[in-house]
Design a protein around this ligand. Structure first.
Ligand SMILES: Cc1cc2nc3c(=O)[nH]c(=O)nc-3n(C[C@H](O)[C@H](O)[C@H](O)COP(=O)(O)OP(=O)(O)OC[C@H]3O[C@@H](n4cnc5c(N)ncnc54)[C@H](O)[C@@H]3O)c2cc1C
Length: 329
């Protein structure tokens, strides 16, 4: 705590132009609209200033939590008084490389990336046009939909490895992408700065038509009018989480303001005033009930931050925390 206060003072001194929000409510930075205040949230406007913040934090034996668009996170109601968050929202450089590949910084929204590809006659990113996350968060989660995944397009990822304070360019293979998983979820201290993607040449009109069709399917099926963090659980092998939840009779089931969506049982929505506690309790109840009815264990896709979550030196830039199974016993 003392280290954090010292680091904040040093960051203010060395970087007077930095946008630094103190005791900032996280509900405004989360698609769930849930979360108490974080001690500090910095919004650097360049990769250089992001790495400078990381270096100062490291000097104080601290590591930040990286925030993309906050569309896959559950922040605690109690807030995160011992945490420093860095948002990538201003890291939005996006251009074509001479060899036709796309270079994008971590904060580029996936929807913007998909439309940039379409405008340049590059196919393969249509699936991403309706995913509300950023490229950085998308790499961490290996975001995907309708048969496509970011891993299919990514050629390399540049990240700042906090423990060594140096940059690495990782190949797709080194990123160890799997279904909604990547190296970045398990290796602590990896801050994604940018990526190179290599979509295939395609017809602009056909790409645009596919994007419209997929977004229409999304609007029809998903509760986009209510705050959520997308699919609450990963797809278990051989099953669909939404179907299992619906078959367990849980569609519409609510804990406080958190509800299993009436429109799509795979989503937990905030119907108004939901707390992180409500969402957590509901997720535990869903897991338990689905297991009792079908014998299938559901794994959360949403990343949950516990109130006592602290990041120390060499700690994860990405929370590895999952539902606390001990609570189910
Ligand atoms: C309505 C809705 C629909 C959705 N549909 C889909 C879908 O179809 N498919 C799908 O895969 N997901 C979907 N999602 C979930 C979400 O959009 C994706 O997981 C997305 O990739 C998260 O990106 P983000 O920028 O919001 O990440 P965040 O939620 O901000 O962060 C996610 C994780 O990545 C880490 N992180 C973020 N940026 C960086 C960085 N630069 N360096 C290191 N770590 C970083 C964070 O610390 C956190 O651990 C949906 C969500 C919503 C709300």
């Amino acid at each position: 705590m003392e280290n954090l206060e010292k680091a904040i003072a040093e960051i203010k001194k060395q970087m007077p132009g930095l946008r630094l929000l103190e005791n900032e409510p996280l509900a405004g930075h989360s698609s769930f609209r849930i979360g108490g205040p974080v001690r500090a949230l910095a919004v650097p406007s360049s990769v250089m200033s992001l790495t400078k913040i990381c270096a100062i934090l490291k000097d104080h034996q601290l590591a930040p939590l990286l925030l993309g668009n906050g569309t896959n996170l559950l922040f605690p109601d109690e807030g995160l008084s011992e945490l420093f968050i860095i948002s990538t929202e201003k890291l939005t450089k996006l251009f074509l490389l001479p060899d036709g590949a796309i270079y994008a910084e971590a904060g580029v929204p996936l929807a913007k990336l998909a439309s940039f590809a379409q405008q340049n006659g590059l196919a393969g990113l249509e699936f991403a046009s309706g995913i509300p996350g950023s490229l950085g968060g998308g790499c961490v989660m290996n975001a995907g939909a309708y048969g496509g995944e970011l891993k299919d397009l990514i050629e390399s990822v540049v990240c700042y490895y906090l423990p060594e304070q140096r940059l690495y360019e990782l190949t797709k293979e080194q990123c160890r992408f799997g279904y909604r998983s990547s190296l970045f979820q398990t290796l602590g201290g990896c801050v994604i700065l940018s990526a190179v993607l290599r979509p295939a040449a395609g017809d602009k009109e056909e790409i645009a038509a596919k994007m419209r069709e997929l977004n229409e399917r999304r609007r029809e099926k998903q509760p986009l009018d209510l705050p959520s963090a997308g699919s609450a659980f990963k797809r278990p092998e051989g099953y669909y989480a939404a179907a299992l939840i619906e078959e367990a009779g849980l569609k519409g089931y609510a804990v406080g303001g958190a509800q299993v969506s009436e429109k799509h049982a795979g989503f937990i929505v905030n119907t108004g005033g939901a707390t992180s506690h409500d969402v957590h309790e509901l997720m535990l109840y869903i897991r338990k009930t689905v297991y009792e009815k079908s014998g299938v264990r559901l794994d959360p896709e949403i990343l949950i931050l516990p109130p006592d979550y602290k990041l120390e030196d060499h700690g994860p830039a990405v929370p590895g925390h999952r539902i606390d199974l001990r609570k189910e016993e």
